[in-house]
Design a protein around this ligand. Structure first.
Ligand SMILES: [Zn+2]
Length: 307
Protein backbone atom coordinates (compact mmCIF):
# COMPACT_ATOMS: atom_id res chain seq x y z
CA UNK A 1 0.00 0.00 0.00
CA UNK A 2 1.47 3.38 -0.94
CA UNK A 3 1.94 5.97 1.77
CA UNK A 4 -0.70 8.20 0.20
CA UNK A 5 -3.19 5.37 0.11
CA UNK A 6 -2.42 4.50 3.70
CA UNK A 7 -2.89 8.12 4.80
CA UNK A 8 -6.18 8.24 2.97
CA UNK A 9 -7.33 5.01 4.69
CA UNK A 10 -6.41 6.43 8.08
CA UNK A 11 -8.36 9.59 7.35
CA UNK A 12 -11.37 7.54 6.33
CA UNK A 13 -11.06 5.57 9.58
CA UNK A 14 -11.50 8.83 11.48
CA UNK A 15 -15.03 9.08 10.04
CA UNK A 16 -16.01 5.42 10.28
CA UNK A 17 -19.04 4.66 12.45
CA UNK A 18 -20.49 1.30 13.52
CA UNK A 19 -22.31 -0.20 10.54
CA UNK A 20 -21.08 2.50 8.13
CA UNK A 21 -18.04 3.05 5.93
CA UNK A 22 -17.04 6.44 4.44
CA UNK A 23 -16.90 6.53 0.66
CA UNK A 24 -13.56 6.90 -1.14
CA UNK A 25 -14.67 9.98 -2.99
CA UNK A 26 -15.01 13.40 -1.44
CA UNK A 27 -17.64 15.79 -2.66
CA UNK A 28 -17.84 19.52 -2.19
CA UNK A 29 -20.77 21.76 -1.60
CA UNK A 30 -21.41 23.91 -4.64
CA UNK A 31 -21.84 27.14 -2.71
CA UNK A 32 -19.33 26.51 0.07
CA UNK A 33 -15.68 25.66 -0.70
CA UNK A 34 -14.82 25.40 3.00
CA UNK A 35 -16.90 22.24 3.48
CA UNK A 36 -16.47 18.68 2.22
CA UNK A 37 -19.06 15.94 2.10
CA UNK A 38 -18.26 12.32 2.90
CA UNK A 39 -20.97 9.82 2.03
CA UNK A 40 -21.38 7.08 4.62
CA UNK A 41 -22.21 3.74 3.06
CA UNK A 42 -24.25 1.36 5.10
CA UNK A 43 -22.75 -2.05 5.90
CA UNK A 44 -25.61 -3.58 7.86
CA UNK A 45 -29.12 -4.20 6.74
CA UNK A 46 -30.77 -4.42 10.12
CA UNK A 47 -31.38 -1.45 12.30
CA UNK A 48 -33.22 -0.59 15.53
CA UNK A 49 -36.22 1.52 16.45
CA UNK A 50 -35.09 4.84 17.90
CA UNK A 51 -37.77 4.78 20.58
CA UNK A 52 -37.71 1.25 21.99
CA UNK A 53 -34.69 -0.44 20.39
CA UNK A 54 -36.72 -3.13 18.60
CA UNK A 55 -34.51 -4.64 15.87
CA UNK A 56 -35.88 -4.19 12.35
CA UNK A 57 -34.65 -6.09 9.29
CA UNK A 58 -36.36 -3.85 6.76
CA UNK A 59 -37.08 -0.17 6.66
CA UNK A 60 -40.18 1.88 5.96
CA UNK A 61 -38.48 4.77 4.12
CA UNK A 62 -35.21 6.65 4.11
CA UNK A 63 -33.88 10.06 3.31
CA UNK A 64 -30.47 11.57 3.06
CA UNK A 65 -29.32 13.87 5.80
CA UNK A 66 -26.17 15.98 6.06
CA UNK A 67 -24.64 15.54 9.51
CA UNK A 68 -21.92 17.84 10.76
CA UNK A 69 -18.86 16.04 12.17
CA UNK A 70 -15.45 17.08 13.53
CA UNK A 71 -13.49 19.33 11.15
CA UNK A 72 -10.49 18.13 9.17
CA UNK A 73 -7.94 20.95 9.25
CA UNK A 74 -9.73 24.06 8.01
CA UNK A 75 -12.40 22.04 6.26
CA UNK A 76 -15.81 21.55 7.74
CA UNK A 77 -16.86 17.93 7.35
CA UNK A 78 -20.40 16.89 6.55
CA UNK A 79 -21.44 13.25 6.47
CA UNK A 80 -24.14 12.28 4.00
CA UNK A 81 -26.16 9.56 5.70
CA UNK A 82 -29.30 7.74 4.62
CA UNK A 83 -31.40 7.89 7.74
CA UNK A 84 -34.13 5.29 7.81
CA UNK A 85 -37.51 5.02 9.42
CA UNK A 86 -38.84 1.65 10.49
CA UNK A 87 -42.33 0.36 11.12
CA UNK A 88 -41.85 -0.77 14.69
CA UNK A 89 -43.80 -3.85 15.79
CA UNK A 90 -43.24 -3.02 19.45
CA UNK A 91 -44.22 0.69 19.38
CA UNK A 92 -46.82 0.14 16.67
CA UNK A 93 -45.81 3.11 14.51
CA UNK A 94 -43.28 4.49 12.08
CA UNK A 95 -40.22 5.62 14.01
CA UNK A 96 -36.79 6.91 13.12
CA UNK A 97 -33.96 4.42 13.53
CA UNK A 98 -31.48 4.58 16.36
CA UNK A 99 -28.01 5.77 15.44
CA UNK A 100 -26.16 6.05 18.75
CA UNK A 101 -23.38 8.21 17.33
CA UNK A 102 -25.79 10.99 16.43
CA UNK A 103 -26.36 13.80 18.95
CA UNK A 104 -29.73 14.74 20.38
CA UNK A 105 -30.06 17.09 17.44
CA UNK A 106 -29.54 14.63 14.55
CA UNK A 107 -27.85 17.27 12.38
CA UNK A 108 -24.67 16.76 14.43
CA UNK A 109 -22.63 13.77 15.51
CA UNK A 110 -22.33 13.15 19.21
CA UNK A 111 -18.59 13.82 19.21
CA UNK A 112 -19.08 17.10 17.32
CA UNK A 113 -21.66 18.24 19.90
CA UNK A 114 -19.19 17.40 22.66
CA UNK A 115 -16.45 19.31 20.83
CA UNK A 116 -18.71 22.38 20.65
CA UNK A 117 -19.61 22.06 24.34
CA UNK A 118 -15.94 21.89 25.25
CA UNK A 119 -15.14 25.02 23.22
CA UNK A 120 -17.93 26.85 25.07
CA UNK A 121 -16.03 26.37 28.32
CA UNK A 122 -13.40 28.85 27.17
CA UNK A 123 -15.26 31.10 24.72
CA UNK A 124 -18.59 32.83 24.48
CA UNK A 125 -21.45 31.19 22.57
CA UNK A 126 -21.31 33.99 20.01
CA UNK A 127 -17.60 33.40 19.35
CA UNK A 128 -18.02 29.64 19.01
CA UNK A 129 -21.01 30.10 16.70
CA UNK A 130 -19.02 32.50 14.50
CA UNK A 131 -15.87 30.32 14.43
CA UNK A 132 -17.70 27.13 13.51
CA UNK A 133 -20.35 28.84 11.37
CA UNK A 134 -23.20 27.52 13.46
CA UNK A 135 -26.50 28.93 14.58
CA UNK A 136 -26.25 30.54 18.04
CA UNK A 137 -29.24 28.55 19.36
CA UNK A 138 -27.71 25.29 18.15
CA UNK A 139 -24.48 26.12 20.02
CA UNK A 140 -26.47 26.97 23.13
CA UNK A 141 -28.32 23.63 22.99
CA UNK A 142 -25.05 21.71 22.54
CA UNK A 143 -23.45 23.63 25.41
CA UNK A 144 -26.34 22.75 27.70
CA UNK A 145 -26.24 19.08 26.70
CA UNK A 146 -22.48 19.08 27.37
CA UNK A 147 -22.95 20.61 30.82
CA UNK A 148 -25.69 18.08 31.60
CA UNK A 149 -23.32 15.27 30.62
CA UNK A 150 -20.60 16.72 32.87
CA UNK A 151 -23.06 16.89 35.76
CA UNK A 152 -24.06 13.26 35.29
CA UNK A 153 -20.42 12.23 35.08
CA UNK A 154 -19.58 14.11 38.30
CA UNK A 155 -22.38 12.33 40.19
CA UNK A 156 -24.40 13.76 43.07
CA UNK A 157 -22.39 16.26 45.12
CA UNK A 158 -21.47 15.40 48.71
CA UNK A 159 -19.62 18.51 49.87
CA UNK A 160 -17.83 18.98 53.20
CA UNK A 161 -16.89 22.61 52.62
CA UNK A 162 -19.35 24.80 50.72
CA UNK A 163 -19.12 28.36 49.49
CA UNK A 164 -22.38 30.30 49.15
CA UNK A 165 -22.72 33.44 47.08
CA UNK A 166 -25.32 35.29 45.09
CA UNK A 167 -25.00 36.13 41.46
CA UNK A 168 -26.79 38.97 39.74
CA UNK A 169 -28.48 37.73 36.58
CA UNK A 170 -29.80 41.07 35.33
CA UNK A 171 -30.09 44.69 36.35
CA UNK A 172 -32.40 45.64 39.20
CA UNK A 173 -31.38 43.29 42.00
CA UNK A 174 -32.40 40.02 40.38
CA UNK A 175 -30.32 37.35 42.05
CA UNK A 176 -29.78 33.63 42.09
CA UNK A 177 -27.78 31.66 44.60
CA UNK A 178 -24.69 29.74 43.64
CA UNK A 179 -23.19 27.08 45.91
CA UNK A 180 -19.73 25.63 45.32
CA UNK A 181 -17.85 22.65 46.68
CA UNK A 182 -14.71 24.48 47.78
CA UNK A 183 -12.62 21.31 48.12
CA UNK A 184 -13.33 20.12 44.60
CA UNK A 185 -13.35 23.70 43.33
CA UNK A 186 -16.54 23.66 41.28
CA UNK A 187 -20.09 24.98 41.51
CA UNK A 188 -22.62 22.33 42.55
CA UNK A 189 -25.90 24.23 42.68
CA UNK A 190 -27.43 27.23 41.01
CA UNK A 191 -30.99 28.19 41.79
CA UNK A 192 -33.64 29.83 43.87
CA UNK A 193 -35.71 32.77 42.70
CA UNK A 194 -33.85 35.40 44.74
CA UNK A 195 -31.36 35.35 47.63
CA UNK A 196 -33.93 34.74 50.38
CA UNK A 197 -33.94 32.16 53.15
CA UNK A 198 -36.53 30.12 51.19
CA UNK A 199 -34.33 30.06 48.08
CA UNK A 200 -31.31 29.03 50.14
CA UNK A 201 -33.39 26.30 51.79
CA UNK A 202 -34.07 24.82 48.33
CA UNK A 203 -30.41 23.86 48.08
CA UNK A 204 -30.42 22.06 51.43
CA UNK A 205 -33.71 20.32 50.59
CA UNK A 206 -32.24 19.03 47.32
CA UNK A 207 -29.08 17.97 49.13
CA UNK A 208 -31.17 15.93 51.56
CA UNK A 209 -30.77 15.53 55.34
CA UNK A 210 -27.95 12.95 55.22
CA UNK A 211 -25.68 15.01 53.01
CA UNK A 212 -26.63 18.20 54.92
CA UNK A 213 -25.22 16.54 58.04
CA UNK A 214 -21.92 15.98 56.24
CA UNK A 215 -21.35 19.70 55.61
CA UNK A 216 -18.61 20.80 58.00
CA UNK A 217 -17.94 24.38 56.92
CA UNK A 218 -20.10 26.93 55.09
CA UNK A 219 -18.27 29.98 53.75
CA UNK A 220 -20.53 32.93 52.93
CA UNK A 221 -20.85 36.69 52.88
CA UNK A 222 -22.68 38.36 55.74
CA UNK A 223 -26.15 38.02 54.18
CA UNK A 224 -28.50 36.97 56.96
CA UNK A 225 -30.70 34.63 54.88
CA UNK A 226 -27.72 32.41 54.01
CA UNK A 227 -26.84 32.07 57.67
CA UNK A 228 -30.35 31.35 58.98
CA UNK A 229 -31.05 28.70 56.33
CA UNK A 230 -27.68 27.06 57.02
CA UNK A 231 -28.23 27.08 60.78
CA UNK A 232 -31.60 25.42 60.28
CA UNK A 233 -30.60 22.70 57.80
CA UNK A 234 -26.96 22.07 58.70
CA UNK A 235 -26.65 23.23 62.31
CA UNK A 236 -23.38 21.33 62.77
CA UNK A 237 -21.63 23.34 60.04
CA UNK A 238 -19.21 26.05 61.12
CA UNK A 239 -20.07 29.34 59.44
CA UNK A 240 -17.15 31.27 58.07
CA UNK A 241 -17.55 34.80 56.76
CA UNK A 242 -15.23 35.48 53.89
CA UNK A 243 -12.47 37.97 54.56
CA UNK A 244 -13.47 40.39 51.82
CA UNK A 245 -16.90 41.03 53.33
CA UNK A 246 -15.58 41.31 56.89
CA UNK A 247 -12.99 43.86 55.76
CA UNK A 248 -15.59 45.80 53.81
CA UNK A 249 -17.79 46.07 56.91
CA UNK A 250 -14.82 47.17 58.98
CA UNK A 251 -13.86 49.70 56.34
CA UNK A 252 -17.36 51.17 56.26
CA UNK A 253 -17.45 51.41 60.07
CA UNK A 254 -14.06 53.09 60.09
CA UNK A 255 -15.18 55.58 57.45
CA UNK A 256 -18.30 56.46 59.45
CA UNK A 257 -16.14 57.25 62.46
CA UNK A 258 -13.81 59.34 60.31
CA UNK A 259 -16.71 61.39 58.92
CA UNK A 260 -18.26 61.82 62.38
CA UNK A 261 -14.94 63.06 63.77
CA UNK A 262 -14.58 65.50 60.89
CA UNK A 263 -18.03 66.95 61.66
CA UNK A 264 -17.29 67.10 65.38
CA UNK A 265 -14.07 69.06 65.01
CA UNK A 266 -14.22 72.76 64.34
CA UNK A 267 -10.53 73.61 64.39
CA UNK A 268 -9.14 73.98 60.86
CA UNK A 269 -5.80 72.27 61.59
CA UNK A 270 -7.47 69.33 63.28
CA UNK A 271 -9.90 68.96 60.38
CA UNK A 272 -6.99 69.12 57.96
CA UNK A 273 -5.43 66.18 59.77
CA UNK A 274 -8.49 63.98 59.10
CA UNK A 275 -9.26 65.16 55.58
CA UNK A 276 -7.82 62.98 52.85
CA UNK A 277 -6.66 60.33 55.33
CA UNK A 278 -9.28 57.70 54.46
CA UNK A 279 -6.85 55.17 53.06
CA UNK A 280 -4.14 55.88 55.61
CA UNK A 281 -6.54 54.90 58.36
CA UNK A 282 -7.40 51.73 56.49
CA UNK A 283 -3.85 50.83 55.51
CA UNK A 284 -1.53 48.47 57.28
CA UNK A 285 0.26 50.44 60.00
CA UNK A 286 3.73 49.09 59.18
CA UNK A 287 3.86 50.17 55.55
CA UNK A 288 5.44 53.63 55.20
CA UNK A 289 3.83 56.04 52.78
CA UNK A 290 5.89 56.02 49.66
CA UNK A 291 5.39 59.61 48.60
CA UNK A 292 6.20 61.10 51.97
CA UNK A 293 9.16 59.01 52.96
CA UNK A 294 10.47 58.32 49.48
CA UNK A 295 11.57 54.96 50.77
CA UNK A 296 10.72 51.79 48.96
CA UNK A 297 10.11 49.08 51.54
CA UNK A 298 12.17 46.00 50.82
CA UNK A 299 10.31 43.31 48.94
CA UNK A 300 7.43 45.67 48.36
CA UNK A 301 8.08 46.24 44.71
CA UNK A 302 10.01 44.28 42.13
CA UNK A 303 10.34 47.19 39.70
CA UNK A 304 11.74 50.64 40.21
CA UNK A 305 9.20 53.33 40.96
CA UNK A 306 9.36 56.75 39.39
CA UNK A 307 8.14 59.79 41.24
ZN1 LIG B 1 -40.21 0.93 18.75
Amino acid sequence: MTKLRQASEELRDAYRYPGFVPSRTIERLVDDPSAIVLALQRREKKTACGVCGWVARRWYDRRQRLVRDLPCGDLRVLLAVDVRRVRCAACGGVKQERLPWLAENPHYTRRFARYVGKLCRGSSLTEVAADLRLDWHAVKAMDMAYMQEQLERAGPPAPRVIGIDEISIRKGHVYRIIVSDLEVGRPIWFGGVDRSDASMAQFYTELGPTRCQAVEVAVMDMWRAFRTATERHAPQAAILYDKFHVLRQLGEAMDQVRKAEYKRLTDRDERQFIKGQKYVLLSHGNVPRLVESRVVPQGCCSRSIEW
